[in-house]
Design a protein around this ligand. Structure first.
Ligand code: GA4
Length: 315
């Protein structure tokens, strides 16, 4: 029997005017191009954001996981609510009262956690797909961090990628479902991601917007065959501000549901986050020292739109 989900109740969400400006100059990095590393560093400096093509991630892993997620979100609300202790959320984002036109699954990516989760109401197949997807995405994210390190002449090349491949890496995975609506809704309010680097993939529904350096918001055209990469707060600190974490948000396209899957690559909790010494020959660090655990604790106690890095900036 196919069980359709109950329509999501229409509470009083503000109607949001999307910026209407299509981002025609979106940096696209072809990972098979020998010059990819220079293009990536350029994009990180200019936008804190880029799209990757020829990424080597098998699309089968992507579409199968999306199908699993879609089936989960179609389940009746009371059933989905049973998954709440394991990372299901509906409209509430974080602990400080932020809301959005979104329901989601959110969990840590460490393998032990995933196997515990497999005992819960999400089917085994779902977790197998998550595992496959995350191994491919993590490999790509590590490859990107190594290209960046290489271009910035950092030694060893895995100086940053090891933070994601470490078995204690505190990374997250989120699957967001923005239900279709008869108007544009604020799906996920503006924010930067606290981690090092995030990898976003969505179905063919637009909605993602990023803020340019001058504060203008631009729409990112959907591309289900590619991945979008964001520079996150820790990478801003690790480059002593050369890269800036990108502000982004989601405003739903009316009448079209959006499903996005985001990997947030983070370091182990005890890892000290500081600018790389080889980038700092004649500069002082712009940031006070902190561990990822300290940053995360502070960040998770803020509102979505809050400028979290400001806690750790030297005056
Ligand atoms: C933004 C990036 C990731 O989605 C996330 C989010 C987290 C949450 O949903 O619990 C936060 C947000 C994110 C930053 C500020 C705090 C914490 C919601 C929020 C209001 C999982 C993350 O790591 O930080």
């Amino acid at each position: 029997m196919v069980v359709l989900s109950q329509p999501v109740a229409h509470v009083n969400f503000p109607t949001i005017n999307s910026c209407n400006t299509h981002f025609t100059h979106i940096p696209v990095v072809d990972l098979s191009n020998p010059n990819a590393k220079a293009h990536i560093v350029n994009a990180c400096q200019e936008f804190g954001f880029f799209k990757v093509i020829n990424h080597g991630v098998p699309m089968e892993a992507v579409t199968k996981l999306e199908a699993q997620a879609r089936s989960f979100f179609k389940l009746p609300q009371n059933y989905k609510n049973k998954a709440a202790p394991f990372g299901y959320g509906n409209k509430n984002i974080g602990r400080k009262g932020d809301t959005g036109w979104v329901e989601y699954l959110l969990f840590g990516t460490n393998t032990e956690l995933i196997s515990q989760n497999s005992l819960t109401i999400l089917p085994n197949d779902f977790w197998l797909m998550v595992d496959k997807y995350l191994s491919a995405i993590k490999k790509m994210a590590c490859g990107i961090l190594e290209l960046i390190a290489d271009e910035l002449s950092l030694q060893p090349k895995n100086v940053w990628s090891r933070l994601l491949s470490d078995e204690k890496s505190d990374s997250f995975f989120r699957i967001n479902h923005y239900p279709a609506s008869d108007r544009n809704e604020l799906g996920f309010g503006e924010h930067t991601d606290p981690q090092i680097i995030s990898v976003i993939r969505s179905n063919n529904a637009s909605g993602l917007e990023i803020a340019l350096k001058d504060g203008t918001w631009v729409q990112v055209p959907a591309d289900p065959n590619s991945f979008f990469i964001t520079v996150d707060d820790c990478l801003q600190v690790m480059t002593n501000g050369r890269f800036k974490s990108v502000k982004h948000r989601v405003i739903t396209e009316s009448m079209k549901e959006r499903i996005s899957m985001i990997y947030f690559g983070g370091p182990p909790l005890t890892e000290k986050i500081a600018p790389s010494t080889s980038l700092m020959q004649e500069e002082e660090s712009l940031y006070k020292e902190f561990t990822w655990g300290e940053y995360k604790k502070a960040a998770f106690n803020t509102n979505l739109a809050f400028n979290r890095i400001s806690f750790f900036e030297k005056c």
